[in-house]
Ligand binder design. Sequence first.
Ligand code: COA
Length: 172
Amino acid sequence: MTPPPGPAGAPGVRAARVEDLAAVQAIYAEQVRTSTSTFDVLPPSLEDWAGKLAATLRPHHFLVAIDDDGVQGYAYSSAYRPRPAYAATRETSIHLAPRARGRGLGRLLYDELLARLRADGAHVVLAVVALPNPASRALHLACGFTSAGVLREVGHKLDTWVDTEFFQLLLD
Ligand SMILES: CC(C)(COP(=O)(O)OP(=O)(O)OC[C@H]1O[C@@H](n2cnc3c(N)ncnc32)[C@H](O)[C@@H]1OP(=O)(O)O)[C@@H](O)C(=O)NCCC(=O)NCCS
């Protein structure tokens, strides 16, 4: 695992803890209210996040990126679909606080998350990116994902029809 922040304050990644969830809730709530990056329209409560953390025990993972100022972002994996033949496929989600974007934290989180999924024997990782989102597209492509196609106007949020693009990574 990437070491947690050292004395110099370098950011690090570790498994999320209950005490991280207030920051996680605030980071996601900002996106729910202001962005089409998520199709949620009501911010989940702290209790909702506690439930998600409890559900992301192995074979799933919930990671946070932290620096001297606290939790700057998170990424987690979850089941893609419940039917048994999808068991080796995971879906990932990632969000950073606005101040934390564009300085490598997304990559740090994903490198750790993908390493854990690979170690678990997961076979395929999927991510759904609502368009436009150049930072998320760039992150997924940089991590080796390839585009698996665009679904046109499947979301409607902030008075706009929104396309989604599927990204896929084969781990082995
Ligand atoms: C999408 C997000 C997770 C990316 O994380 P990040 O820390 O900003 O990205 P990084 O700094 O790690 O950069 C990763 C790659 O994306 C590129 N990138 C980052 N921001 C970019 C931007 N705005 N436009 C184009 N490319 C960008 C980087 O150059 C890097 O590519 P490289 O390795 O080829 O140089 C982050 O910006 C974010 O949380 N955005 C808001 C929420 C969101 O959209 N979540 C994703 C939902 S699918």
